[in-house]
Design a binder for this molecule. Structure first.
Ligand code: MN
Length: 442
């Protein structure tokens, strides 16, 4: 029954002393040689999209590396490496992703005797356009932070914040895949019915646009319909993680969501960061999952595993930055408005996937699973404005003297994330950013 926890095992690609022949990678907080996240880019509008790897402030063009003959031992992976996006690679198994990682690690290391061949395949990241990693398959959004559940629940149902199922299973809804966009896409203020229990209903621009700080996970290979994924196998189904901003319109949500849950309050847009950090890169940052509380109900055995007790969690720290139009006009930097971490999440990424397939539902390569808002125990560690401002009171103060309850037009929201552990090189997830824009003509 016991299996080796392969994805959390350290190997040479985690060596903290390894340095890259790409100088910027050796000082970079997010993309040193120990990270090597996958992404999709193009050089200009109309150019063909290609797969790249982030290294320092550059993108390594995998098609160019192949043309130089540097991936000849990976010939069976050529259709995936030369594809216009990551879907073909996601369809394959974790061992294939790992083979590419190990090969690129050797090529990018400062011990490579022929650095020029590799340096010729680099592009400055600020000179390319980053695209979605793959066509988004299905998008499922969970609700797995107990602190988020408690604080938002307290606003909606004072004295009785948690639903009775919260500690038994990770709750989720099926989201909209077509409106998942890459970082940088403007968030057009949604319009909808804001609630009119007595008056005439009408459609108006939302006045309560919020962000939700979440971790996303892309699925590797997938499972057959009718064949649930077990805890023992689940790590093989995680391709990697990214940042997710699940933009939310709280006024639309409040009115529409009874009894069937989120719909148009969420589907107007969801932003993701362009780089997918593989589960292998995250190995040094695996930690035990959050402790359950002493009087919590016993966990279903389908959601338990010995390995999970040791490494079911992932230690990722997040920061949310806000910049208003006024701040930018006065050349002020974006200001951090909250910091939080994934380590307190009540349900792990692995439990979310196992529960998702427990009824036989098939996950597919390229499906995106998101964690739900990530909030810490302290209210200042809240992953959305609904919590931070206790329902929209203008309490987030900015250096211009401006105050925010919810987002105003021109507000730019950026998430950043980093993994750190003593004795290891830090790696980052990069960032996801988006600016709230008025609807044209409004
Ligand atoms: Mn959400």
């Amino acid at each position: 029954m016991d299996r080796t926890n392969r994805a959390a095992v350290l190997n040479e690609t985690h060596d903290p002393t390894a340095r890259s022949l790409v100088q910027s990678a050796n000082d970079d907080a997010a993309f040193p040689i120990q990270n090597l996240p996958f992404g999709v880019f193009r050089e200009n509008l109309g150019a063909r999209s290609r797969i790249g790897i982030a290294i320092g402030n550059c993108v390594l063009d995998l098609s160019a590396i192949w043309r130089k003959g540097l991936l000849s031992d990976l010939a069976d992976l050529v259709p995936a490496i030369l594809a216009p996006n990551l879907h073909k690679l996601m369809e394959r198994g974790q061992q294939d992703t790992s083979r590419i990682r190990h090969r690129l690690f050797k090529l990018l290391r400062d011990t490579n005797p022929a650095p020029r061949l590799v340096l010729d395949c680099l592009l400055p990241v600020n000179e390319v356009e980053m695209l979605l990693p793959c066509p988004i398959g299905n998008f499922t959004d969970f609700f797995t932070s107990i602190h988020h559940a408690r604080r938002t629940g307290e606003l909606a149902r004072p004295g009785n914040p948690l639903f009775p199922n919260f500690k038994s299973l990770p709750v989720a809804y099926h989201g909209r895949a077509s409106s998942v966009v890459v970082s940088g896409t403007p968030c057009i203020r949604p319009r909808g019915q804001l609630g009119a229990p007595e008056g005439q209903s009408r459609y108006q621009p939302s006045r309560r646009v919020d962000f939700e700080l979440e971790l996303g996970c892309f699925i590797h290979s997938g499972n057959r319909l009718g064949s649930p994924i077990s805890m023992d196998a689940v790590e093989e189904f995680v391709f990697g993680v990214c940042l997710v901003n699940d933009w939310s319109a709280r006024d639309i949500q409040r009115w529409e969501s009874q009894p069937l849950g989120p719909f148009l309050a969420k589907s107007f847009m969801t932003s993701i960061s362009p780089w997918v950090v593989t589960l292998e890169a995250l190995a040094p940052f695996r930690i035990p999952p959050a402790q359950r509380e002493p009087d919590d109900p016993p966990l279903a055995k389908e959601l338990c595993a010995d390995w999970h007790n040791a490494t079911g969690g992932i230690d990722i720290s997040f920061e949310v930055l806000l910049s208003t139009r006024e701040m930018r006009s006065r050349a002020m930097e974006a200001r951090p408005i909250t910091r939080t971490a994934f380590r307190e999440q009540y349900w792990s990424l692995f439990q979310m996937i196992v529960h998702h397939t427990s009824n036989g539902c098939n996950l597919q390569a390229g499906d995106l699973i998101a964690s739900g808002t990530i909030s810490g125990a302290d209210p200042r560690e809240s992953g959305c404005l609904l919590e931070l401002t206790q329902g929209g009171q203008p309490s987030v103060e900015l250096p211009t003297g401006e105050k925010r309850g919810y987002l105003e037009d021109g507000d730019c929201v950026t998430f950043e994330a980093i993994c750190q552990r003593d004795g290891f090189r830090s790696i980052g997830l990069g960032s996801v950013t988006g600016r709230v824009a008025p609807r044209s003509g409004e």
